[in-house]
Ligand binder design. Structure first.
Ligand code: CTP
Length: 393
């Protein structure tokens, strides 16, 4: 919750500025007071009247008028957090250069509050070396980035540069203002099984319930992290305060994980199918009288944990799970080396763990092995979240 928190929302020029209106409403629903600063370019996309109505506060759009009314220094000091959403390419450049040519620029220089930016621009502009350099400068100064997402743009093209959805921005604000030990950290969690299609009506799956992965996502969010949960098909409800991305196949899961980077940590708790059917049939496979059963040729799926562990944007802490029925620790140590991750949560599945309520795990790392007693999956999650907070501190 954001009860009593004061958020200064700077809306700069992008066609995605309409999302700032929804964001203002979400933040207020959580109890925050929101004041909006509308830049000249932002005002080409949303009106000060809309922002005033949704924030129930005056909107500030003129450096000189603001001087008379409240002053940019007071506005900068008022804020517990400054959020630039959407942040255009030119706003990022102005921030990186420390320009104070308008009210937003003055506030961004004068504030001592944490600053979050949610970029929105055309993919070519996002990938331009000038923007990349500006982003690197701002990150080095401690500015937090929310997104951008990849996907369809206003123009008929797609790629990175899409403003993240208002719910995800709200989660990021909550994480940045939390007093939990994972405040400001972004953690990626995979959960559930994957479904690998055989034909339009059949698929290969496994018995993973998603209970452990979902509990981990919830526990991390409770400690103040911004959590992206990439989940295969499960019957579990979405954990509170967590951004959920739903996928079906292993390949979709990998794409969603890569799109969620950068992240400070990644916990791969999904039971990803190791194989998929090499060629998914376009039509339902039919029984032919007299013909035997079809033979399915299988192909290897990407290994998400191993891929993220050697990724150019590798999260600082990579955690995998291992399900073993014998020589649990030995197999986990081998898996740690093979996957290139930092910890393996080795699961003793000689009982009824898969789909069950409890887990008996050993935390295996280069430092050694910790044996945890058998406990409910929620407790495993809470304990793991605390260990993640220690490791990332
Ligand atoms: N994993 C993954 N992508 C895959 C396969 C596995 O991210 N394609 C991750 C799982 O989320 C888990 C770990 O890797 O964190 C499990 O590794 P895996 O090699 O599948 O081990 P087990 O399922 O324990 O089985 P086995 O060792 O028998 O292969």
């Amino acid at each position: 919750m954001l009860q009593g928190r004061r958020i200064l929302l700077i809306v700069s020029g992008s066609v995605a500025a309409f999302k700032a209106l929804m964001l203002a409403r979400l933040l207020r629903e959580e109890g925050a007071t929101v004041r909006a600063v509308l830049t000249a370019a932002g005002a080409r996309f949303v009106t000060r009247e809309s922002l005033a109505a949704l924030t129930a506060e005056p909107v500030f759009d003129d450096l000189w008028a603001a001087e008379a009314e409240i002053g940019h220094i007071r506005l900068a000091r008022w804020a517990d957090l400054v959020l630039v959403a959407p942040a255009s390419a030119s706003r990022l450049a102005a921030m990186a250069g420390g320009l104070a040519t308008d009210l937003a620029g003055c506030i961004l220089l004068a504030t001592r509050a944490p600053v979050l930016v949610a970029p929105a621009m055309n993919p070519a502009m996002w990938e331009h070396p000038a923007t990349e350099a500006n982003v690197a400068t701002l990150r080095a100064r401690g500015v937090g980035f929310i997104g951008p997402d990849s996907g369809a743009m206003a123009e008929p093209e797609s790629g990175p540069g899409r403003l993240v959805e208002p719910e995800a921005m709200c989660d990021a604000v909550r994480a940045a203002l939390s007093d939990g030990p994972l405040r400001g950290q972004h953690i990626l969690v995979t959960s559930g099984p994957t479904h690998e299609p055989i034909d339009p009506v059949r698929y290969i799956a496994n018995r993973s319930s998603g209970r452990q992965g979902h509990a981990i996502a919830a526990a991390l969010a409770r400690l103040g992290a911004r959590v992206t949960l990439v989940s295969g098909p499960v019957a579990m409800p979405d954990p509170a305060g967590v951004q959920v991305v739903r996928v079906e196949t292993a390949r979709e899961m990998l794409a969603a994980c890569e799109a969620a980077l950068p992240a400070d940590g990644a916990i791969c708790a999904a039971a990803v199918a190791d194989w998929r059917v090499a060629r998914e049939a376009g039509q339902k496979l039919k029984k032919e009288p007299g013909a035997g059963a079809p033979v399915l040729e299988m192909a290897l799926n990407p290994d998400i944990l191993a891929t993220l562990s050697v990724h150019a944007r590798r999260p600082r802490l990579m955690v995998g799970f291992a399900a073993e029925t014998e020589q649990v620790v030995e197999h986990a140590q081998a898996k740690l080396a093979r996957k290139g991750c930092d910890w393996i949560m080795a699961n003793d599945v000689s009982g009824d763990v898969m789909g069950g309520m409890e887990n008996a795990v050993h935390l295996v790392s280069a430092e050694g092995v910790e044996d945890w007693p058998r406990m409910p999956k929620e407790e495993v999650a809470a304990r793991l979240a605390l260990r993640v907070a220690e490791a990332l501190a």
